[in-house]
Design a protein around this ligand. Structure first.
Ligand code: TMP
Length: 239
């Protein structure tokens, strides 16, 4: 079978045409990158794990009435998704301080935040994805005030669902990055897009604080696949 034309190639995923004009197929690759591609490595089967973990989370969120782009998993590496226009912002939710907030603001790593913190980063590799304010989003037309309000609400609800879900599996949801899009079939409809996986979250074992996410690769802490398999296994995903 001829391979389909790649419409978009990201660091860890590709998008190709779907079976109709309002769908796409999202393909999970084995590439892991960090520090804006300064670090890059292939981990055999990472894409398969992320595809299944993201499917599990998208289905959970759908059951909680959060609209997503996810339609179904097609096979080990591919999912059918609804086509949307991606808002060029990385929406980050933090529950515990770690990563860039610590280096940027001198906050202690592991500090539990009094309430979830919402941050916005412009998706622009050439600028190293700079942090921006809500006002920037509105003023430069990346999202309307109404869209930002909706996205903030959805982000907090997603955070609430995921904190509880991971907690039952002995995992602390430290932070995560999500993306949203406007459905091609209805531009007014905002949906959760992209993926939610250990590539885009910080997940710590509740007791030992062992890292079960991409920080294992970023910081060279051990075997990335073992960490992702641990997450998949705790979520009850057979790999
Ligand atoms: P940060 O601490 O580096 O700002 O990351 C916050 C969260 O967002 C963390 O869970 C990792 C995730 N993230 C991505 O998924 N992609 C990115 O490009 C960045 C910068 C962070």
């Amino acid at each position: 079978m001829p391979t389909k034309k790649v419409l978009y190639e990201g660091k860890a995923k590709q998008l190709v045409k779907g079976p109709n004009k309002d769908t796409l197929i999202q393909i999970f690759k084995d590439d892991a990158t960090a520090y804006n591609k300064k670090k890059h490595k292939i981990f055999k089967s990472k894409g398969v794990l992320n595809n299944k973990i993201s499917e599990h989370i998208m289905l959970l969120l759908t059951s909680k009435k959060i609209p997503t782009h996810f339609v179904k998993r097609i096979n080990d590496r591919e999912q059918l998704i609804k086509k949307c226009e991606i808002i060029p912002i990385e929406f980050v939710v933090r529950n515990v301080a770690s990563g860039s907030i610590c280096s940027r603001l001198g906050i202690k790593d592991g500090l539990k935040l009094k309430r979830p913190l919402l941050e916005y980063y412009l998706k622009e590799d050439s600028l190293d994805d700079p942090i921006v304010s809500r006002d920037h989003l509105e003023l430069f037309g990346w999202a309307t005030k109404k869209e930002i309000e909706k996205i903030d609400q959805m982000s907090l609800k997603i955070n609430h669902c995921l904190i509880n879900h991971f907690k039952k599996k002995g995992i602390t949801l430290v932070d995560f990055k999500i993306e949203f899009g406007r459905l091609s079939s209805n531009k007014k409809k905002i949906v959760l897009a992209d993926e939610i996986s250990p590539d885009s979250c910080r997940l710590w074992d509740n007791k030992s604080k062992t890292k079960l996410d991409k920080d294992v690769f970023r910081k060279g802490l051990g075997n990335l696949i073992d960490a992702y398999e641990e997450v998949a296994s705790r979520l009850g995903i057979v790999h």
